[in-house]
Design a protein around this ligand. Structure first.
Ligand SMILES: C[S@@+](CC[C@H](N)C(=O)[O-])C[C@H]1O[C@@H](n2cnc3c(N)ncnc32)[C@H](O)[C@@H]1O
Length: 331
């Protein structure tokens, strides 16, 4: 631990933020796992050991993703007044699984969609849930219905045969994939003729002014971070949940007759503290920044937020979470 602290101090002469080293320490076992995961994605494996930190402190996007979902898994189902539950229910209603069908749930997470599918397809049907975050799969496996199998597998490289499934679902996972297009193409390949894909994706363009302001502050923190170079996804990925973009993506990999639905939910935390706690669950980047922040940095951030939100009057601390749902058929 002393060597680690010395490495930080040597690499960063002027720390502008204080961070909990204890929370950083918690990242390391997952960084090793993420470097293994990176092998399949073609991404450069980084930070296999804590001792790498002084020379190469930048975790890649996959590292951030797995760390976030691993840590967040126990809170996932209840986050933001059960937003994930509501989105899962809507996706399954749109997919309309029927008794006896065989379904695949890609990026199954804690199994919210998987379990609802399992209920609908019944004992004659089956559901396979795949995901790359061990912590999410662990939560999912705590309640595994008899007709469900959970497997550790990337959506971009499915091991299933062509035309193996009647239905594929991807609940709120598309924007996190290393290669979203490859995952959609794989879904198309494993569906039988006449089968369908149901996808949901957050629609970022409907964010409120309060969210816009907050994410601008976060991005400044990311860029100015004293000892971590935190990567972020490109803007194109942020537009995947726009109805016309999602529709085009489905058509481009061969789906037909794409139907679109939307859902908007939201809320209004009481103050800056509650807002920051909520936003830790908003994704891998906010989580990396907010969960490693020490008390002084946190006070500064909350102070800045109070000031910014004060200018938004009744829109202060208001947030929206909008979701686009798409259902596409395979020829
Ligand atoms: C927001 S959660 C969605 C969980 C669930 N589908 C739901 O609707 O609640 C996104 C999930 O996608 C998974 N994921 C990210 N990239 C993946 C990939 N390349 N292959 C499979 N799963 C992936 C994450 O590990 C995470 O569990």
């Amino acid at each position: 631990m002393a060597r680690l602290v010395a490495a930080f101090v040597a690499a960063v002469p002027r720390l502008r933020f204080d961070f909990h080293l204890a929370s950083l320490k918690g990242l390391f076992p997952q960084l090793r796992r993420a470097s293994i995961l990176a092998a399949w994605s073609g991404a450069e494996p980084r930070l296999a050991h804590a001792s790498d930190l002084s020379t190469n402190p930048a975790p890649n996007l996959l590292t951030q993703l797995v760390t976030f979902f691993d840590d967040f898994a126990p809170h996932y189902d209840e986050w933001a007044h059960g937003f994930h539950r509501k989105a899962a229910e809507r996706l399954v209603a749109l997919a309309h699984p029927t008794p006896g069908e065989h379904a695949l749930d890609v990026g199954c997470g804690t199994g919210l969609v998987t379990r609802a599918l399992a209920h609908n397809v019944g004992r004659r049907g089956s559901v396979v849930g795949v995901d790359v975050t061990p912590g999410m799969l662990e939560v999912a496996r705590q309640k595994t219905p008899a007709n469900v199998q959970y497997l550790y597998m990337p959506g971009e490289r499915l091991i299933f045969r062509d035309a193996a499934f009647d239905l594929v679902t991807m609940g709120l996972a598309l924007a996190y994939f290393v290669d979203a297009r490859a995952a959609l193409a794989e879904a198309h390949r494993v569906l039988r003729s006449g089968g369908r894909l149901a996808v949901s994706c957050q629609r970022r363009a409907l964010a409120t002014d309060a969210q816009e302001e907050f994410f601008e502050i976060l991005d400044r923190m990311r860029v100015d971070h004293p000892f971590m170079r935190l990567p972020r996804h490109d803007d194109e990925r942020g537009s995947l949940g726009e109805p016309e973009v999602l529709t085009r993506q489905l058509y481009e990999v061969g789906f037909d007759e794409v139907k679109i639905a939307t859902m908007v939910t939201g809320g209004r935390p009481k103050n800056a503290h509650e807002w920051v706690e909520l936003m830790k669950g908003a994704g891998p980047l906010p989580y990396s920044l907010l969960s490693t922040m020490g008390p002084a940095s946190r006070r500064r951030l909350e102070g800045e937020l109070d000031e910014v939100m004060g200018r938004l009057d009744e829109d202060a601390f208001r947030f929206h979470i909008a979701v686009t749902f798409a259902l596409g058929y395979r020829d």
